[in-house]
Design a protein around this ligand. Structure first.
Ligand SMILES: Cc1cc2nc3c(=O)[nH]c(=O)nc-3n(C[C@H](O)[C@H](O)[C@H](O)COP(=O)(O)OP(=O)(O)OC[C@H]3O[C@@H](n4cnc5c(N)ncnc54)[C@H](O)[C@@H]3O)c2cc1C
Length: 302
């Protein structure tokens, strides 16, 4: 069967696009690795209108409940590998099937950036992690290191303050670049030691991580740690499509209607060139993308 619309991803952008598409009665499929996306990873969300405070997990559950109210076909735990347009139809290949649609919305979001230092790959899931929300409790009462100096890194530190005994916060920059409120909370906490202008050089261990080597003021020193949280930003998941226009950061270029340079292909949320990477923005862009896909289908012959 050829769907009217296939949405790739079910984070805030994909879920909202799905809700809008379902309400327009489009024949619709959502293909996604998970439901919730990065929004589930936030410990505290204080900037989603209508909620003064909500955890990312609670908000994602609300989104998911809303999506499930509609009878939408969802292929969960399935990863899109390629998207190609042949004539007027999009062919989408995943790790377990292939699907066709007359229009597509890409909302595949972002994934964590890697440091690419010795030991990072070897000790992944054996002390090296990219998600404090998911893995934090595994490091109870340990000394850990958090690498990075932006909002994600400080969010990880604030979560780990409640769990770990001691936290080394390491950034290559000369100062922390997170929101002032978070920065102040971290600076005021006696569990946290901050290292600026410092580079992580190596992660070492045996079966699991035992420590890291850092370079500060030209000197290499050794910090014994039981866990390392790498929080140095993220990359757009845009390599699933080759021919679309992207910016220098690899983000899919969209206009204010979420249109790409390929007719019938739309994108929304963190994977796009739209600057603010936030839940509320991703939801709004997802809604716009769906409305644009509907307009496109109305004007395009079957
Ligand atoms: C730790 C952390 C804390 C944050 N805190 C806040 C906050 O407090 N407030 C705020 O507004 N924002 C916050 N954000 C940012 C916010 O989470 C994102 O802006 C938002 O989730 C982006 O939504 P999205 O739908 O575009 O992408 P994502 O949430 O990244 O969702 C992408 C979706 O695509 C799926 N996917 C990816 N690749 C494929 C593939 N190949 N095939 C199929 N499916 C795929 C994923 O499984 C996922 O479902 C935070 C982010 C992080 C990481």
């Amino acid at each position: 069967m050829t769907y009217d619309l296939i949405i790739i991803g079910a984070g805030p952008a994909g879920i909202t696009a799905g809700i809008y598409a379902a309400r327009k009665n489009m024949s619709l499929l959502i293909i996604t690795r998970d439901i919730g996306g990065q929004a589930s990873l936030s410990s505290d969300v204080e900037n989603y209108t209508g909620y003064q405070f909500v955890t990312g997990m609670e908000l994602s559950e609300k989104f998911s409940e809303h999506l499930k109210k509609f009878n939408i076909e969802v292929k969960e735990l399935e990863a899109v590998e390629t998207i190609e347009k042949n004539g007027s139809i999009f062919d989408i290949k995943t790790d377990s099937g292939s699907y066709q649609a007359r229009s597509v919305i890409i909302t595949s979001g972002r994934i964590p950036r890697k440091l690419n230092v010795p030991g990072e790959e070897e000790f992944k899931n054996r002390g090296v992690t990219y998600c404090a929300t998911c893995d934090g409790p595994l490091f109870a009462k340990k000394t850990i290191a958090v690498i990075g100096g932006g909002n994600s890194a400080l969010d990880a530190v604030l979560q780990m303050i409640k769990i770990a005994d001691k936290i080394h916060l390491i950034t290559v920059e000369s100062e922390l670049r997170a929101d002032p409120v978070m920065t102040q909370k971290v600076k005021n906490n006696p569990k946290v030691i901050i290292y600026t202008n410092t580079k992580l050089q190596e992660i070492y261990g045996e079966k699991a991580v035992k420590g890291i080597k850092i370079l500060q003021n030209g000197q290499v020193s050794d910090l014994p740690v039981g866990g390392i949280f790498i929080e140095i930003g993220s990359l757009p998941v845009s390599d699933i499509i080759k021919d679309v226009a992207k910016n220098e950061s690899g983000e899919i270029q969209v206009n204010c209607k979420c249109e790409t340079n390929i007719p019938g292909l739309f994108a929304a949320g963190d994977v796009t060139s739209v600057p603010a990477k936030q839940i509320i923005v991703a939801c709004g862009e997802g809604a716009k993308a769906s409305i644009s896909a509907f307009d496109y289908l109305s004007k395009t012959p079957d």
